[in-house]
Design a protein around this ligand. Structure first.
Ligand code: BG6
Length: 489
């Protein structure tokens, strides 16, 4: 299969850090279809050779095992080209069309990795230049909009010029091997399915914690915040993967229909739940891994009066027969105690205690997404404590034990990375791991009341020290249900 992959934003951060290294990995492992051409598009005036040299220099920052040697780089970059374009001017799209039509590849992928403000212009201009034919696929990076209205506006333009099956909306969490394993756990195994419901599950906790701050992205983050950056997309996609019904098959629409039902079933916000079930925070100076780090307001590009949240904790419910009444807690933040993304399923305690302790023993399944990738099943056993003291009438105590499955040990850490997987899926036309417009709109509709409530709230986000697990209000929120976050146990 011959393909042309055009990267709008070909000299941008995403291209350097994620897309080109991922394409190189696919090339190195022989999974990038042969006969492909990659065209980086940018505003600078560069020759192909200069573009390749820039990429080569950037690859030096990639971890050594993923870095090409010079022979590999020469072979990889023989298919790399550069095109200068001013994305606001139609004539440049005509030159692009000329370049693409001359080759007439089987598949043309347009990866729009530009500032979000350019998405609609690029889509409209692609169409105006006649480049939206059936062999074209368009990849749109997040954030797709700033709120429901802007998301709809983008999707409406996209729908005018492309069919839904031509549009690949990226949520890179769906490409992570650990998230693939989550789907496999649920829909490739029958063991947990009978337990995966309100009768057996007390609560579910989804955590995406980062120890990094906003780094060089302060200006972007100021207008985004954790709710838009992480909850509206990554966290809600994880919630869907946990909460959805088994799809009838593995086709894209079967999966996306089920995810959409979860989003539709999320309990709408009320004044009371907005008040009691949402916590926003912002990091202040603190210590991470023994290093003093500045607060968010001191980061480059951030206003000293900033009210942008770098932490969100929420309690939500999926109002359907499977999940009615089960709290789902979502928590994400920057500069937290550790980099840790995990989903904790807390099962209900044993209904009747015949052992002395622990009272109300409850099992727990932990799905580790990163940096560890694996499963932990927390159980209770008699352990070494088998002899009751002489004369004791009491029943014995149990000790916690753990079954631990480490996918990195089992399969190695060299598994296909998220962007590599997603790029290969785009080239193959597989839509399973991409987000449909109705899912995206539904997620925006659900988070919008939170954004509105924050606009009206003069208190602003609660401070938390970098290196902690967020504001204490996050623990207080969950404590109202008599639960606690996994690390507080
Ligand atoms: C991105 C967010 O979508 O995901 C970033 O914009 C965040 O702010 C990143 O750091 C986290 O991704 P990962 O794969 O490192 O967990």
């Amino acid at each position: 299969m011959s393909f042309d992959l055009v990267i709008f934003g070909g000299t941008g951060d995403l291209a350097w850090r994620k897309l080109l290294p991922a394409l190189f990995q696919a090339f190195r492992h022989g999974s990038l279809p042969v006969g492909g051409r990659i065209v980086g598009v940018g505003r600078d005036t560069l020759t192909d050779e200069e573009y390749r040299a820039n990429i080569k220099a950037r690859f030096d920052a990639v971890e050594p095992s993923k870095r090409p040697n010079s022979e590999e780089f020469d072979r990889f970059s023989a298919n790399l080209f550069y095109l200068r374009m001013d994305l606001s001017k139609p004539e440049y799209y005509l030159s692009l069309a000329e370049m693409l039509n001359a080759r007439n590849a089987d598949t043309v992928v347009m990866y729009v990795a530009t500032a979000p403000g350019l998405f609609t212009t690029v889509c409209e201009q692609i169409a105006a230049a006649g480049l939206n034919g059936p062999k074209t696929r368009v990849v749109l990076e997040k954030p797709l909009g700033h709120d429901l209205a802007s998301n709809r506006a983008i999707n409406e333009t996209v729908r005018r010029v492309l069919t839904e099956n031509q549009v690949f909306r990226i949520d890179h969490y769906l490409g992570k091997p650990s998230v693939q394993n989550l789907f496999a756990l649920r829909f490739g195994n029958s063991l947990f399915e009978p337990l995966w419901r309100r009768e057996h599950i007390a609560n579910i906790q989804i955590t995406i914690a980062e120890d990094l701050g906003v780094e060089s992205r302060g200006a972007f983050y100021e207008n985004t915040g954790a709710l838009r950056d992480m909850v509206q997309n990554h966290a809600l996609q994880l919630l869907c993967a946990i909460g959805m019904e088994p799809p009838i098959n593995a086709h894209a629409d079967a999966i996306r229909d089920e995810k959409l039902k979860v989003l539709r079933a999320l309990k709408p916000w009320t004044a009371e739940t907005l008040q009691n079930h949402v916590v926003r925070g912002q990091y202040s100076a603190g210590t991470i891994n023994g290093q003093a780090v500045p607060g968010y307001k001191q980061e480059t590009g951030v206003s000293a009066e900033s009210q942008t949240e770098t932490f969100v904790a929420l309690r939500c419910e999926i109002a359907n027969w499977r999940w009615a009444g089960v709290p789902f807690y979502i928590r994400t933040g920057k500069r937290l105690g550790a980099r840790d993304a995990s989903i904790v399923i807390n099962f209900r305690p044993a209904p009747h205690a015949i052992y002395q302790s622990p009272a109300g023993a409850a099992n727990r399944l932990v799905i580790n997404l990163q940096p560890k990738d694996g499963l932990e099943l927390h159980l209770y056993s008699q352990g070494a404590n088998q002899r009751a003291p002489a004369g004791s009438k009491s029943t014995q105590s149990l000790a916690p034990v753990q079954l631990d499955l480490d996918f990195d040990k089992r399969f190695g850490t060299e598994r296909v990375g998220a962007y590599e997987r997603l790029l290969l899926d785009v080239l193959a036309g597989r839509l399973n791991l991409f987000v449909r417009s109705d899912e995206q709109e539904c997620a925006w509709r659900w988070v919008e009341p939170i954004l509105d409530a924050w606009k009206a709230d003069t208190q602003g986000p609660r401070p938390y020290a970098a290196g902690s697990w967020g504001p204490s209000a996050s623990s207080a929120m969950i404590a109202k249900d008599n639960f606690c976050w996994a690390e507080e146990n």
